[in-house]
Design a protein around this ligand. Structure first.
Ligand SMILES: [Zn+2]
Length: 235
């Protein structure tokens, strides 16, 4: 594996807490690699995995890569200092309708990602609810890695969280009567100051945890998933 190809990093100002997954959203993996290694672009990630499962380590984990941009999670704004960023090569939503476009993430890529995530989580003791999407920390700007990304499979491999218990036991529903906004805030979301922001945040939540329907409406199923996850986080 070629190491530390990118000049785009600086020193961390905090201890690693989050693992953030992205897609590259560019025409090819090589184009994304070139951009993340270009000092003028001022973007990077710690890792990139191409469609064939080839892994690139662009920035040392001890350093602060520049992948999250303007972001917020659990009340913290310097998400780059707190996280490791992994980019999956995929053209993404911007290329929908083009040849290629937003594709399922290939098996070889997922296998490589699962191995890498397990190592990162172990090295830095990352909590399951701190394995998140770029769209979770920047729901007004970003939608990656998006609804085609298989978070459920990751959770089965021991990476991240997934809500299923409510299907077997509806009583798992939270007893606290706090508002939707407050629940989203407790999960970590940081952009909730008006109706439009709340809707974008619900879409981000659904892309992650209920990908078959991400209409931004807090229906009963979405609420039960959120309650289930909050119980897992705060149990
Ligand atoms: Zn991203």
């Amino acid at each position: 594996m070629s190491k530390y190809l990118s000049p785009n990093f600086n020193d961390r100002k905090a201890k690693i807490k989050y693992l953030i997954l992205h897609y590259t959203g560019m025409e090819t993996g090589q184009a994304a690699l070139k951009r993340m290694c270009d000092a003028d672009a001022e973007v990077s990630a710690h890792y990139m995995i191409d469609e064939k499962g080839k892994l690139y380590n662009l920035v040392a984990e001890s350093k602060r890569a520049w992948h999250a941009g303007v972001s917020s999670f659990e009340g913290q704004a310097d998400v780059n200092s707190l996280s490791i960023g992994v980019e999956l090569v995929n053209q993404g939503h911007a290329y929908q309708g083009y040849e290629g476009g937003y594709q399922d993430f290939p098996e070889a890529q997922m296998k490589c990602l699962i191995t890498l995530c397990k190592e990162i989580i172990q090295r830095h003791d990352i909590k399951p609810w701190h394995v998140i999407a770029h769209s979770d920390v920047a729901p007004l700007r970003k939608c990656d890695p998006g609804e085609k990304f298989d978070w459920k499979r990751l959770s089965k491999a021991g990476i991240g969280v997934w809500a299923e218990s409510f299907l077997h036991s509806p009583s798992v529903q939270s007893k606290n009567n706090i508002s939707v906004k407050e629940k989203l805030k407790q999960w970590g979301y940081g952009y909730l100051s008006n109706t439009q922001e709340i809707k974008s945040t619900i879409i981000a939540f659904q892309r992650h945890f209920r990908p078959q329907n991400f209409d931004g409406i807090m229906d009963q199923e979405t609420m039960m998933i959120l309650d289930d996850l909050l119980l897992q986080k705060f149990r």
